[in-house]
Design a protein around this ligand. Structure first.
Ligand code: ITT
Length: 202
């Protein structure tokens, strides 16, 4: 089984990866979390910065996740800067309320939003793979649910049920259809295909 060191200090991501990879790829915690300056302008650049930092330090294959929430009517905030939105607020519940407040200032503003996840698998400086997943939805008008993390309580994903439930109320749905789940599914398809090809070589 392929093994990667998780280039992340976010325990919620680690928990989700455990479920998402469940026995197909092994993702291990690093002995120590590194402080990586996320100076990139894109999710891909930041994912690469994190994966490379862990690879360079620990000399083993690393997996990084750079993710965030893009709110269409607020292009100057969140996005790749999602982890740094409203730094004066320690709690994500307060960051969520602040975001709702910004959208409420103009009721005509679109509440369309999407989460992005870019995974960077850094096997060596010559072998680096990226996978992206997205999930579309709307920013709700209040916080709902106590599962998940970050902006989950205010994100209402597009679903056939159309019942207004947030990602924080839908852990099982999130595990199959989230930005992170989709990026993981793409990576598993890719690694399975590349392993199948290796086995087929004469
Ligand atoms: P690492 O860089 O150490 O992995 P981080 O939390 O700083 O951890 P990011 O830089 O990728 O991670 O920032 C992601 C931000 O987007 C962060 O504020 C999260 O709360 C938010 N986010 C990402 N995925 C999310 C999800 O599935 N649900 C809710 N919020 C999410």
């Amino acid at each position: 089984m392929k093994t990667f060191l998780l280039a992340s200090g976010n325990a919620h991501k680690a928990e989700e990866f455990k479920e998402l990879f469940s026995g197909t790829i092994s993702v291990n915690a690093a002995p120590r979390t590194l402080e990586v300056d996320e100076t990139g302008k894109t999710f891909v650049e930041n994912a690469l910065l994190k994966a490379r930092a862990y690879y360079d330090t620990y000399k083993v294959a690393a997996l990084a996740d750079d993710s965030g929430l893009v709110v269409e009517s607020l292009p100057g905030i969140l996005g790749v800067q999602s982890a740094r939105f409203a730094p004066e607020l320690a709690e994500y519940s307060d960051k969520c309320r602040k975001l709702i407040g910004l959208l409420n200032q103009n009721p005509l503003q679109s509440r369309n939003a999407y989460f992005v996840c870019v995974l960077c698998f850094y096997l060596s400086p010559d072998e680096i793979y990226f996978f992206e997943g997205r999930v579309h939805g709307q920013i709700g008008s209040d916080l709902r649910g106590d599962k998940g993390f970050g902006y989950d309580p205010i994100f209402i994903p597009e679903r056939a049920e159309n019942d207004g439930k947030s990602l924080a109320e839908l852990p099982e749905w999130k595990n199959t259809f989230s930005h992170r789940a989709k990026a993981v599914q793409s990576s598993l398809e890719f690694f399975k295909e590349s392993m199948d090809k290796t086995h087929q070589r004469p």
